[in-house]
Design a binder for this molecule. Structure first.
Ligand code: FAD
Length: 481
């Protein structure tokens, strides 16, 4: 009996077994499975995974490999060279993957698909990471949406096919027995210096970790999601973003499991709000798909004339949580220590960078790319453009977050700031978000020495706000409405 050539399952941002459409189809061919992962830094260029993402990826691949009984084969190099060579070497005629939507991947994958099909191979790709395909959602005139609410309520919920039900984990009967690739360690994703202890203590990458996060959130956080989602001091958000980015859980699983768990009237509005956040994820992908320059180019070209400043010292202080504004510094230190930052605080630190410091949003995008475990080209680019005011449906530029007001409102007891900026922990709540206001006797009794135990503010809030507004006004044609 002749040996069947393997079916190749190319894992990408779908590092899971359950609800994996490409994997399920690949197994149904009945051929032995050859599961592969290709680290393609060359084609990714500026968007090869940053340091925190590489840590996550290494651990997520370990988890996937365990689910595949140790059969995952890893490769490094350009996928458009690695994959055809592998197909030739193994004699495989069937290749399966789930689609990714970053512009560089779309271009590369279309070419790979065309080349393989031209040489007589069967290639199938599936939607494994979005609820709604970007090309399925369009306005009545066929153009893409630029405003979130009509995109989500009308384009997605109103007109597109509803999110499909998740697939059960497939029964993998046989694997290709040769080992054409190398091990996960050979990808050298882990840094030589172990700076990631706190990140490792915070997260459990992999499919099981993702399920646990979802379960925990549905037992606790979702009950107070609408208000709680703005509070970095509470555990009210799901923290599913890195799991969703790496595809350890699909948005369909999250959508349907959350909907079933919250199927009571009392939770209806909480659920609706949570699902709409998945909608924002869809919107970012929709924008990136239709505006592939989103990571580099202002969506509103008027902003190309914005007089950004250069200030290496201020940028350094922002990155390292030493701006002298406690909520900003807590956020930047949370990011550094855990690879994550709460959404409310992402907005505060983002506004502070582009408005109070008047530094280009590209600096923020790059820093987040390197330090976030959930760094995602669509979400990161769209969110930075949104915060800078130059994106689709963006926050108006003149709405400038005041970090003191934001801190008092969303971290009222100072729990978040005290955790990440411990040198301020002894200050009474009243001064925690504006330590420069602390009178001498409080400084003395708490050991707080302005400018020594904690930095003085890097800018004057009022003056920097006026400076940003003047710069904004200098852009002719931008109405302040
Ligand atoms: C400047 C800036 C940069 C950002 N960069 C990223 C990034 O690189 N990767 C990333 O996943 N998110 C990014 N976000 C969006 C958002 O902050 C995170 O998705 C969210 O904080 C993740 O936490 P969570 O999983 O607990 O969210 P939850 O509140 O539990 O929401 C559930 C899921 O919905 C999606 N989601 C929630 N909020 C948003 C949003 N505003 N935009 C798009 N999707 C959303 C995420 O996939 C999230 O996991 C950024 C936001 C800002 C302001």
């Amino acid at each position: 009996m002749s040996k069947k050539p393997p079916v190749i399952m190319w894992f990408r941002q779908d590092l899971r077994i359950t609800d994996n459409p490409a994997l399920t189809e690949a197994i149904e061919t009945g051929s032995p499975l050859l599961p592969i992962y290709i680290l393609d830094d060359e084609n990714a260029g500026d968007y090869s995974p940053g340091a925190a993402s590489r840590w996550w990826l290494h651990n997520s691949l370990q988890s996937l490999n365990a689910s595949l009984d140790g059969n995952l084969q890893c490769f490094r190099g350009k996928a458009d060279e690695v994959l055809p060579a592998l197909v030739q070497r193994t004699g495989s005629t069937n290749i399966y993957w789930n689609r990714c939507y970053e512009p560089w991947r779309i271009e590369r994958d279309l070419q790979i698909k065309a080349d393989l099909r031209n040489s007589g191979h069967h290639v199938s790709s599936f939607n494994g990471s979005l609820l709604f395909e970007p090309h399925d959602v369009a306005k009545a005139d066929g153009t893409p949406y630029k405003v979130f609410t009509p995109f989500y309520r009308k384009g997605c919920l109103g007109n597109a096919p509803p999110p499909r039900l998740p697939l059960a984990p497939p029964d993998i009967r046989s694997y290709e027995k040769s080992s054409p690739g190398s091990s996960i360690d050979d990808l050298e994703l882990m840094p030589a210096i172990t700076w990631y202890d706190d990140i490792a203590a915070t997260w459990a990458p992999g499919e099981d970790g993702a399920q646990e996060r979802l379960d925990t959130f549905l037992e606790t956080g979702i009950r107070n999601y609408i208000d709680g989602r703005n509070r970095p001091d509470l555990e009210s958000v799901s923290r599913l973003s890195p799991h969703l980015h790496f595809g350890e859980i699909s948005p369909q699983q999250v959508w349907h499991v959350a909907s079933a768990a919250c199927n009571i009237a009392a939770l209806e509005s909480q659920l609706d709000h949570f699902l709409s956040e998945l909608g924002w994820r869809e919107f970012s992908h929709h924008l990136l798909f239709h505006w592939p320059d989103l990571p580099k180019k202002n969506l509103q070209s008027k902003f190309d004339r914005f007089p950004w400043r250069d200030d290496e010292d201020a940028l350094h202080r922002w990155k390292h949580g030493m701006t002298g504004f406690p909520i900003v510094d807590a956020g930047m230190r949370e990011l550094w220590e855990t690879g994550y930052m709460h959404n409310r605080v992402r907005m505060i630190v983002g506004s502070f960078l582009v408005k109070n410091l008047m530094l280009h949003w590209h600096h923020g995008e790059r820093w987040f790319w390197d330090t976030l475990v959930d760094a995602d080209l669509a979400n990161n680019s769209a969110s930075w453009q949104w915060i800078a005011g130059c994106g689709a449906d963006a926050a108006p530029y003149f709405r400038i977050f005041n970090p003191v007001t934001q801190g008092n409102k969303f971290d009222p007891d100072g729990v978040y700031v005290r955790r990440f900026v411990p040198e301020l922990a002894a200050l009474p709540n009243r001064y925690l978000h504006s330590p420069w206001d602390a009178p001498d006797d409080i400084c003395e009794s708490t050991g707080f020495v302005p400018g020594q135990t904690y930095p003085n503010p890097v800018v004057d809030l009022k003056a920097s706000r006026e400076r940003a507004l003047d710069a904004f006004r200098s852009l002719k044609g931008l109405a302040m409405t």
